[in-house]
Design a protein around this ligand. Structure first.
Ligand SMILES: [Zn+2]
Length: 484
């Protein structure tokens, strides 16, 4: 047997995807990646998703190692297959490391020049992930000349070295999403899936715009990253409104995990979590807020432990229940904004209708295999879920438990949901209102499609036929069907 029984169960949602299978999972477990980063806080989302994917050997070279010991013990409890350690550059053995990730803000990456070479002059394939507040670049390099050229370009363009406040929401969003994208790239490099050499992206999470970078326009995107400034954003004000806001997350699974994680980091005041399931081993390829020692515990309780550990001031309200017709109105009314982290159509319709009727913004996402979608529903302003999908019957669409999902994919989508929530609460940036964002991890492509409100929509149209919540056919629901 290639994998142990326990490993098969742990990685089940991966290995039912034919591109991965047991052989692929074995390769991932034997793979080694070297991560260069500044602080433990910044690399943590990446480390969680590398571990979720089952990338077996993670070696970190950090500017500030404070908190690393506790990250090691958390990862050990999350996935005992993973070896996570610090390494002094002088001790690195080239034969071990198959991939490098350089990860940090512009200041950190521009100061990196002296350390880029690895001994014996063997170049290890590398990605650089560099971020400013809300904006970032991820780029792949297969030779030292182009990698150094990128870093030199960055340091020539970037002069404002003293203006880094990396603990504001924009940075948290950037390093979480970017770190998770790095985990996807590492996975693809190991299994040789996709064209990673073309996976260069510029991400503007403030406006939700994503651009593929070609070799010939790399310099213009570096310039853009270095000059973009959000000085007119009052981060103290954002902190204040975040601390007073209440966010409800329906589902403490694949999407709910990253969404709650980031909102806790960003300093939201209250998170309500509703989920009726208990933690299972097969959740742990993607649900990063749970762990082995909490298997069998209600997910909402397990999540609360993780979130309070990140932010002891956070108020977490738990509901161990299904979100249903009986409790929908009563629960939603106490919150400012709702995150949909479920993967069945019935609950999505119910949530959509409940949020439209209660006039609460709803931040939606869905995932399957290597793909994900995000959209944001603002009642009275933009489209709703029924405008987008008027006629999906019970049982439409496959769920992750049937088809599988690559763990970091819901990571990206859930982190984007948290970005949407922050922008709505703080009234900044451009959201996915009247848009659907589609992500393809294999092609490394984000695509926005514009949507319109349907004037004949049964719930948000001019003459709505749905004015109270109604019963939904739940006959096809299976045990894990409503949780990603
Ligand atoms: Zn509608």
């Amino acid at each position: 047997m290639i994998l142990s029984k326990e490993q098969i169960n742990r990685y089940l949602r991966h290995i039912i995807i034919p591109e991965i299978s047991g052989q692929g999972q074995k390769k991932l477990l034997e793979f080694s990646v070297l991560v260069y980063g500044e602080t433990v806080e910044e690399i943590s989302p990446m480390i969680y998703y590398l571990s979720a994917t089952g990338i077996g050997n993670i070696i970190c070279h950090l500017h500030n190692v404070q908190g690393f010991e506790s990250l090691i013990s958390n990862i050990k409890d999350y996935n005992p297959d993973i070896s996570l350690k610090l390494n002094d550059e002088n001790e690195l053995n080239n034969d071990e490391v198959k991939f490098r990730i350089f990860f940090g803000n512009i200041n950190y990456i521009t100061n990196f020049k002296k350390n880029v070479s690895v001994k014996n002059n063997i170049f290890i394939p590398s990605i650089i992930s560099v971020y400013n507040e809300w904006d970032s670049i991820i780029a792949y390099f297969d030779n030292e000349i182009s990698l150094n050229h990128f870093i030199n370009n960055l340091s020539n363009e970037y002069t404002n070295l003293n203006n880094i406040n990396k603990y504001n929401c924009g940075y948290i969003i950037s390093y979480s999403i970017l770190g998770t994208l790095c985990a996807i790239e590492c996975f693809k490099k190991c299994l040789q899936i996709g064209q990673i050499q073309n996976d260069n992206l510029y991400l503007d999470l403030f406006s939700m715009e994503f651009n593929k970078i070609e070799q010939n326009n790399l310099e213009s995107f570096i310039k853009k990253l270095c000059t973009v400034n959000y000085e007119n954003i009052n981060n103290n004000h954002i902190k204040e409104v975040m601390s007073q806001s209440k966010v409800l997350i329906i589902g403490a699974g694949g999407l709910g995990s990253p969404a709650a994680y980031n909102l806790a980091l960003a300093g939201v005041g209250t998170i309500g979590l509703i989920d009726n399931d208990k933690v299972e081993l097969s959740n742990l390829n993607r649900q990063i807020i749970h762990s082995v020692s909490r298997i069998g515990m209600p997910k909402v309780e397990s999540a609360k432990i993780f979130l309070k550990n990140i932010n002891p001031d956070l108020n977490v309200i738990t509901y161990m229940d299904y979100f249903n017709l009986e409790n929908a109105v009563e629960i939603i009314k106490d919150y400012d904004i709702v995150i949909s982290a479920v993967d069945n159509i019935q609950t999505r319709y119910l949530l959509n209708d409940a949020c439209i009727l209660a006039n609460k913004p709803l931040v939606e996402a869905g995932v399957l295999k290597f793909n994900g979608t995000n959209t944001t529903i603002i009642p009275n302003e933009g489209h709703c879920y029924r405008c987008l999908f008027p006629n999906l019957g019970a049982g439409s669409g496959a769920s992750c438990s049937e088809t599988g999902v690559l763990g970091p994919v819901p990571g990206i989508m859930g982190f984007i949901q948290s970005a949407e929530v922050i922008k709505i609460i703080a009234k900044i940036g451009i959201t996915l209102k009247n848009k659907i964002l589609m992500f393809d991890a294999i092609d490394f492509d984000f695509m926005n499609v514009n949507l319109e409100k349907n004037p004949n929509c049964p719930v948000c149209g001019k003459n709505p036929s749905i004015t109270t919540l109604q019963t939904y056919d739940l006959t096809c629901k299976t045990k894990e069907d409503n949780k990603i």
